[in-house]
Design a protein around this ligand. Structure first.
Ligand SMILES: [Zn+2]
Length: 91
């Protein structure tokens, strides 16, 4: 009955996707974010950095020791890759 696609949003405190259970931001979430923040890559970077900060805090809250370089790659690494594909910088 409910045919609407479920959004790919993070489920705290483990930051897994509510929809596909992949580590957030999963592929579909990245596409959604890139579309939502299109033309506002700085704002997107800030949003992802804030999310990463929350995820690190949550990991400590769970008694885990988050791998910070891995967290950075997961939350922000895909961004520079996406930007590299698009060649339209301000030059
Ligand atoms: Zn997902």
């Amino acid at each position: 009955m409910n045919a609407r696609p479920r959004p790919h949003l993070p489920m705290r405190p483990r930051w897994l996707c509510r929809n596909c259970a992949a580590p957030w931001p999963c592929g579909p979430a990245q596409l959604t974010l890139a579309a939502k923040f299109y033309g506002h890559s700085i704002a997107l970077a800030f949003y992802l950095a804030a999310s990463m900060h929350d995820a690190v805090d949550d990991a400590y809250g769970l008694g885990l020791r988050p791998n910070l370089p891995a967290m950075h790659a997961r939350f922000l690494g895909w961004l520079s890759q996406a930007r590299r594909h698009r060649r339209s910088g301000r030059a």
